[in-house]
Write a protein that binds this ligand. Structure first.
Ligand code: FAD
Length: 387
């Protein structure tokens, strides 16, 4: 019955409407019933729990802001809660919903949207987002070497993509490729059953093991022109997608810290050493307070960014600062959590090891810590320090 033990120390949830709080509660109940019980085994086995897809479809959660009309704040809380339950399932949704669905919503024509979005929203078609390449990671704008060549009514795609989440089993993948005619990066919806398309799972990951990341090869893949996303014609267009998904990843860094806090708080109260709970030590409480402060500072920042989003004022720079700050705090928070569990902190059975390991992916994807700092630095100095 401790009023401050549930992680929402500063009552940020009071900023949601009563109706929104009901929805958040439903999502939490879903995660408790369907995700938490299977998360650890799926992670250990590095296998995706496909039986979850129809259940997630029933939860009806794809495109919370643009389709369902949720506030960015509620959408942010939902991101955080998914991550708090399991970062891999949160990332599966982040790829299908934010990156893939977001690409269609922001870059497709009205006609294309009408044709594709119903099945995407209903999760009858699962998507992936193919931007990163083996030689084009942080420098993805300059480093996109996959080519698209117009031939009659079709395009022919050639190249390689790396790290593409969901791509071992997705029905569709949005591929970003450089048009050989004008050198611009264009977006294409590629059906993964097309001849010349292949995806190989990246094995032996130490983070987000449940997420199926793939290396993709495109060898003369023919894509009819109606699958070229009508408004995806330059890297500037791609960036429109990344701005909102990067805010989602910053919310993940909040959820990751809440997960670490939950597990660590419970552990230090329950485990005894030297004849007393671990929590009776000042140095232990010092770490708990730091973890909570980190989580709340990150959440406060994200709450403000959500308000800016609601007013259509959130920029790429806001997204970059939110991601860089929250993920730096996250790294400290999960390291303290891992340490507070002692030896059990490196065993997945005790939850914290998975939280600790999964944080590393959040730290890196959607722009690394350094890249988001460079975006922020450029915005306050007017000087680009990328090279
Ligand atoms: P690199 O760019 O090689 O960076 C290596 C290091 O160098 C980093 O520390 C980086 O910050 C630093 N660095 C690079 N340039 C600079 C610079 N100018 N100044 C200072 N430091 C610099 N991509 C997709 O397209 N779709 C996905 O679904 C997807 N899912 C992913 C899932 C996971 C688990 C991971 C790990 C990655 C995923 N990615 C995906 C790719 C991800 O976005 C990239 O890994 C990320 O952008 C970093 O690129 P890189 O791995 O090539 O690292």
């Amino acid at each position: 019955n401790l009023p401050y033990a549930d992680g929402d120390f500063l009552h940020f949830e009071d900023l949601l409407s009563a109706q929104e709080r009901v929805r958040l509660k439903e999502v939490r109940e879903f995660l408790d019933a369907e995700v938490r019980p299977i998360a650890r085994d799926a992670w250990n086995a590095a296998e995706f729990p496909h039986h979850l897809i129809p259940k997630l479809a029933e939860l009806d959660i794809v495109s919370p802001v643009r389709r369902l009309g949720y506030s960015p704040l509620l959408a942010g809380f939902i991101h955080a809660e998914f991550t708090r339950a399991d970062t891999s399932i949160a990332t599966f949704m982040g790829v299908h919903d934010g990156l893939f669905t977001g690409s269609i919503e922001l870059l497709a024509s009205e006609e294309q949207k009408q044709a594709w979005l119903p099945d995407i929203y209903a999760m009858k078609k699962i998507g992936a987002f193919g931007l990163t390449e083996p030689l084009g990671g942080s420098d993805v704008a300059g480093g996109t070497r996959t080519t698209a060549e117009r031939q009659g009514d079709s395009w022919v795609l050639n190249g390689e993509k790396r790290w593409i989440g969901n791509a071992t089993f997705s029905d569709w993948v949005v591929i970003y490729a450089r048009d050989v005619a004008d050198d611009k990066v264009k977006a294409f919806l590629v059906d993964t059953s097309r001849p010349g398309y292949s995806a190989t799972k990246i094995e032996n990951k130490i983070s987000l093991r449940t997420v199926q990341n793939a290396d993709i090869t495109l060898a003369n893949v023919v894509v009819p022109d109606e699958f070229h996303l009508a408004h995806g014609n330059s890297f500037r267009d791609t960036n429109k997608v990344l701005r909102s998904t990067r805010i989602g990843v910053a919310w993940q860094a909040v959820g990751q810290q809440m997960a670490a806090f939950d597990v660590a708080r419970k552990h230090v109260v329950e485990r005894h050493q030297f004849g007393q709970p671990l929590a009776a030590n000042q140095m232990v409480q010092d770490q708990l307070a730091t973890m909570l402060g980190n989580a709340m500072a990150s959440m406060g920042l994200l709450v403000r960014v959500a308000q800016l989003e609601a007013n259509d004022q959130a920029t790429e720079e806001h997204a970059a600062l939110a991601k860089t700050f929250a993920s730096a705090r996250m790294r400290e928070t999960v390291a303290m959590g891992r340490s507070l569990l002692g030896g059990n902190g490196i065993v997945v059975d005790f939850e914290m090891a998975k939280i600790f390991a999964d944080a590393e992916a959040i730290y890196t994807y959607e722009g690394t810590q350094e890249i988001n700092k460079l975006i922020t630095g450029r915005s306050v100095t007017g000087i680009s320090a990328f090279v």
